[in-house]
Design a protein around this ligand. Structure first.
Ligand SMILES: Nc1nc2c(c(=O)[nH]1)N[C@H]1C(S)=C(S)[C@@H](COP(=O)(O)OP(=O)(O)OC[C@H]3O[C@@H](n4cnc5c(=O)[nH]c(N)nc54)[C@H](O)[C@@H]3O)O[C@H]1N2
Ligand SMILES: Nc1nc2c(c(=O)[nH]1)N[C@H]1C(S)=C(S)[C@@H](COP(=O)(O)OP(=O)(O)OC[C@H]3O[C@@H](n4cnc5c(=O)[nH]c(N)nc54)[C@H](O)[C@@H]3O)O[C@H]1N2
Ligand code: SF4
Ligand SMILES: [Mo]
Length: 739
């Protein structure tokens, strides 16, 4: 239950005399910052929301996306009742039904599909619509495991970057991001910190105040690049050549402590040989960065430390994304820099579901949804799709194939959503779900080390139910018998905190109820680059030993080689090894025939201040003026195509086309165009940028890793007298019945 506090929240405009409750929580968005917040509730209504001023990372600030979050909660277009489709798929016409009828229909149709095809005919499709551990996954995962459903490799975000880091470190754990404040040289490598990770910026400014320099390595002159001391603008996807160039400089200068490196790492001679094989001029030729600048960056990194190399996700959305991220980790090892990245795996390591992981069902990569739904060879075919916390019609690459799959008459689609998204329009049954202030959750983070407890501040609106309750009801309706299917949300949270892992020492449910958040008990200065052993939870009969995240089960220990306190897993030497730049297949230097038809590289960026992925993409007050996702094009490329500022254009390739207006931009190098991602199409015939994007995995295995969104080739031509799509959905055209 919420803590009863009868006081006015500092900074709120509420009269001091009104009794009110302040409930602690944290933002659920897929954002590294996981801001702690406080909701002020009066008379059962949330009246005010602010960042928790005591939280060391959030520091009382939320962000332009989430400051008006209560408008999202009480938005007139919130889905408030279960609905059944009443028109063609995609049209978005629905009629209300009762919860019991909805649950019964889903249970019956799912059971019938399993009888006909076996469990793997069911595909759960979800991501990080909410990052809360309880609502995002635990109960849903148990439910789908009990059904024997196909497993989804949720790899569209973060996994490729993690694998690249893991290839060097054995486990993808960098340093605590707040330690960036102690750096003298900061390199933000393919991460747009000011936009995507804004609460890290004050720590960077602290370092700057102490004399640190900030370098951004990014093909686009992002807002972060514009605020940096130095912006290096490599050609997209060429970072490995830049890294080899830097290592080559350090090698020639004798700046590498080879004795120390060889004691800690395998594969240095192979890496050195690759660096020596690429001349400085060749590195400059591939990357488009002047030789003197490569030397300058190498010297900064090696001689003006402590140096932090920070990456998040940006470069993973490429065919060779895994190797690009591997190269940054390797550079950190070679140059003695601090390596800083997502902190997700700290939490994955510390928390454990008490229920054993699912059996050996087949797995599919979420990036390949279009193929999975339309490929006639899949056996069994997917005939039941249960979608929650994800908006695949908008966010998944190769949108035409995704939509063709969602249109299939023989596909039974259930969408659990807060709003009538582009995906929900294709549902057979839509189930209305709660927002973050209406349910309980335990929040991890990937930009810092604080865990938070999010308490429900208000009752669910309308007939909304949390994801968890929906899966409990479905499990009951389907008579499933498996451990933990009916656990309460609080039980799930308590069990997660009780793994016994030393990083959760002293962090109890009770403490989180009182304080809202707590820092994982990771020692200051800890990182897998510096420490080559990692604590494991103590083995117990209730929680069988499990492999560490991103380690194969062959590498994981059985947890029995006990030290005096907790058992520790030896990570072994760092792995360097050969590393070579290769152009992506779908890039100007890759497939020449394709590049001659579609000569421009398209990057589909997160660039809107008031979007979070596809959240808010259809919200009037979150859209820019004019409310249209424009194509950015360099002056030279616009000129050669006869395109002027604001002109309507057709953007197209072998996957699809879309119509929009052009913006001439000097943020981009010639040969590169960009469009924002996250907008809604708003109708079945409209398309968004993902109609053009590449679904290839960010590494050699198609089932593993993210999509190569940014390795996409297109052509652009003037399109006067053509309709412009996508227009944003008119948020005032409700497709749901009124509550
Ligand atoms: N405001 C806002 N914040 C967000 C989000 C949002 O939608 N809106 N989304 C959240 C999510 S889900 C994520 S994953 C994070 C992502 O956060 P970031 O990791 O910062 O990722 P991106 O913005 O995708 O990409 C960062 C930068 O990488 C650059 N980049 C792309 N390719 C290359 C390359 O080959 N080399 C180099 N050096 N740079 C390259 C891009 O130009 C881009 O500026 O942001 C989160 N935060
Ligand atoms: N072209 C291109 N495509 C991209 C990217 C890119 O950079 N370019 N980035 C990729 C990346 S990094 C990511 S992470 C993905 C993001 O893809 P998604 O995870 O799909 O993105 P979101 O828009 O954050 O969330 C999807 C939905 O979750 C719903 N939701 C929120 N909370 C809850 C809840 O409690 N329960 C339920 N059932 N639903 C909830 C929201 O209403 C929202 O519609 O997109 C990827 N796609
Ligand atoms: S979206 Fe990110 S920055 Fe904004 S409130 Fe949520 S966690 Fe904080
Ligand atoms: Mo992401």
């Amino acid at each position: 239950m919420p803590t009863e506090v009868v006081e006015a929240a500092a900074g709120s405009a509420l009269p001091m005399s009104d009794p009110q409750t302040i409930v602690r929580g944290a933002c659920h968005h897929d954002c590294p910052d996981t801001c702690a917040w406080e909701v002020t509730v009066r008379g059962g209504v949330a009246v005010h929301l602010r960042g928790d001023p005591a939280h060391p990372f959030t520091d009382g600030q939320l962000c332009p996306k989430v400051n008006p979050f209560l408008d999202r909660v009480y938005h007139p277009d919130r889905l408030l009742r279960p609905m059944r489709r009443a028109g063609p798929k995609g049209e978005g016409r629905f009629e209300p039904i009762e919860w019991d009828a909805a649950i019964a229909e889903i249970a019956e149709r799912t059971a019938a599909a399993i009888d006909r095809h076996r469990g793997e005919t069911v595909l759960p499709y979800s991501l990080d619509g909410t990052q809360g551990l309880v609502q995002k996954g635990v109960l849903a995962d148990r439910f789908f495991a009990a059904l024997g459903a196909t497993r989804l490799n949720r790899h569209i975000c973060g996994v490729t970057a993690s694998l690249g880091a893991s290839d060097v470190l054995g486990i993808p754990l960098g340093a605590d991001p707040t330690e960036i404040a102690d750096a003298r040289t900061i390199v933000l490598w393919g991460t747009n910190t000011l936009l995507t990770n804004r609460h890290l910026w004050p720590f960077i400014e602290t370092a700057r105040g102490n004399g640190a320099s900030v370098t951004v390595v990014d093909p686009v002159a992002t807002m972060t690049a514009q605020r940096a001391d130095w912006h290096l603008q490599p050609r997209p996807g060429t970072d490995i050549a830049l890294v080899l160039g830097i290592i080559g400089v350090l090698d020639r200068d004798g700046s590498i402590d080879e004795t120390q490196l060889e004691a800690r790492a395998d594969g240095w001679p192979e890496l050195r040989a690759e660096a020596r094989a690429l001349s400085l001029d060749d590195a400059a030729g591939i990357t488009g960065i002047e030789p003197a600048d490569i030397v300058g960056l190498a010297h900064r990194i090696a001689h003006s430390g402590p140096t932090v190399l920070r990456a998040l996700i940006g470069m993973e959305h490429r065919e060779h994304g895994r190797d690009i991220h591997r190269s940054i980790a390797a550079l950190a090892a070679v140059s003695g820099s601090v390596f800083m990245r997502s902190t997700q795996v700290f939490f994955d390591t510390a928390f454990a579901d008490v229920v054993p992981p699912p059996g050996p069902q087949r797995a599919v990569n979420m990036s390949a949804l279009g193929d999975v739904l339309t490929n006639g060879d899949l056996e069994p075919p997917v005939t039941v799709l249960v979608n929650y916390g994800c908006n695949p019609a908008a966010i998944t690459p190769d949108q035409n194939r995704v939509l063709a799959g969602l249109e299939r008459d023989d596909l039974f689609t259930v969408v659990i959503e807060q709003f009538m998204t582009d995906t929900a329009r294709y549902a057979d049954i839509v189930l209305p779900t709660t927002t973050q202030i209406e349910h309980l959750d335990l929040m991890n983070a990937w930009g810092h080390l604080y865990v938070s407890l999010n308490l429900a501040a208000i009752e669910p609106l309308g007939e909304c139910l949390p994801n968890t309750e929906i899966f409990r009801r479905l499990a009951d309706a389907m008579n499933l018998e498996a451990p933990g299917l009916t656990d309460s949300d609080e039980q799930v949270a308590r069990d997660l905190l009780a793994s016994g892992h030393p990083w959760l020492d002293g962090i109890t449910y009770k403490r989180l109820e009182r304080d809202g958040w707590a820092r994982l008990a990771v020692p200051a200065g800890w990182s897998a680059l510096a420490e080559r052993e990692i604590p494991l939870p103590p083995p117990s009969p209730q929680s069988p030993p499990r492999p560490l995240p991103s380690l194969s089960s062959a590498e994981a220990t059985d947890g029995t080689e006990a030290a005096n306190t907790a058992p520790r897993h030896q990570l072994g030497p760092l792995q360097l090894g050969a590393l070579r730049y290769r152009p992506a297949t779908e890039s100007p230097a890759g497939d020449a025939a394709l590049a001659s038809r579609y000569p421009l590289a398209l990057m589909t960026l997160k660039q809107h201040l008031r979007f979070l992925n596809s959240h808010y993409g259809g919200f009037e007050h979150h859209l820019p003026d004019p409310p249209q996702p424009r194509l950015e094009i360099s002056p030279i490329d616009a000129d050669t195509r006869g395109i002027a500022e604001g002109d309507p254009v057709r953007v197209f390739n072998h996957r699809g086309e879309l119509f929009t207006d052009a913006t001439i931009s000097d943020r981009l190098q010639p040969g590169l165009v960009a469009m924002p991602f996250g907008w809604w199409a708003g109708s079945a015939d409209a398309r968004t940028v993902n109609v053009l994007t590449n679904a290839a995995a960010g590494g050699p295995d198609p089932d593993i890793g993210s999509a190569a969104f940014h390795d996409t080739l297109v052509e652009v031509e003037p399109a006067r007298d053509k309709p412009r799509t996508p227009a944003h959905a008119d948020p005032r055209t409700p497709t749901s019945p009124s509550p």
